[in-house]
Design a protein around this ligand. Structure first.
Ligand SMILES: C[S@@+](CC[C@H](N)C(=O)[O-])C[C@H]1O[C@@H](n2cnc3c(N)ncnc32)[C@H](O)[C@@H]1O
Length: 210
């Protein structure tokens, strides 16, 4: 059965300020993003994470937002305009099995895939495309809702990513999520024990685009 895509109207619930109490974007993204970076956000919906990301990358950075639902992206762009951050956002509608971002090949410094991989019809294809888009050494934070994704299913997803050169380097703790930090070119899994936590210093990150 094809995975079910989150209905557009749920997008309004996902940007509720109350969510910040349990899943604070600044806490979740701290240490991953620095000024000037080009960040890919897959499945941003109406931009709960996109606007904080836009603030973190600053005026020299870019947030590339791709979603299968145009309606989500339209509201995301409206919210970015209101926040004075629209010039940092590149919003594109993508297909269910292709991000269509060949012009960003090896140009992404950090990627976020929050609560989206379980909605994809072909996760192995997604990770292969993601691996091509990331710069060498760049990281991706993948988080999936515990209510939709079992622990074995999440481990199977990580195994798929590993096969295309995205190795597991961390297991951040995020409320009601199964989460992992993947790194391009990381062959061996480090700090891979479920439940373990690793923090990353900005100095570890690849150089941002200027
Ligand atoms: C549950 S929402 C999560 C939204 C956002 N990441 C958040 O945490 O607030 C999933 C989003 O992923 C999008 N989506 C589903 N399948 C997708 C795909 N194959 N490629 C890109 N986006 C997709 C949906 O349209 C929806 O906006």
């Amino acid at each position: 059965m094809a995975p079910r895509v989150c209905p557009w109207w749920i997008g309004y619930l996902l940007v509720s300020p109350l969510r910040r109490l349990l899943q604070n974007p600044d806490t979740i993204l701290a240490g991953f993003v620095s000024p000037g970076m080009t960040v890919l956000e897959v499945g941003p919906a109406m931009g709960f994470f996109s606007l904080p990301l836009a603030r973190l990358v600053g005026p020299a950075g870019r947030i590339v937002c791709v979603d299968v639902q145009e309606r989500m992206l339209q509201t995301l762009v409206k919210r970015a305009r209101l926040a004075g951050q629209a010039d940092r956002i590149v919003a594109r509608v993508c297909g269910p099995t292709s991000l269509g971002l060949d012009d960003f090949t090896e140009g992404i410094d950090f990627a976020l895939a929050f609560a989206v991989v379980h909605e994809m019809p072909d996760p192995p294809r997604f990770f292969a495309e993601l691996a091509r888009l990331l710069r060498a050494g760049a990281r991706c934070l993948v988080a999936e809702p515990k209510g939709h994704v079992t622990a074995p299913a999440f481990e199977a997803t990580l195994a798929t990513a590993r096969q295309v050169g995205l190795g597991l380097v961390g297991r951040p703790v995020i409320w009601r999520c199964r989460a992992a930090v993947l790194q391009k070119g990381e062959a061996a899994d480090r700090r891979a024990a479920p439940g373990s936590y690793s923090a990353f210093k900005p100095a570890e990150f690849p150089r941002p685009l200027v």
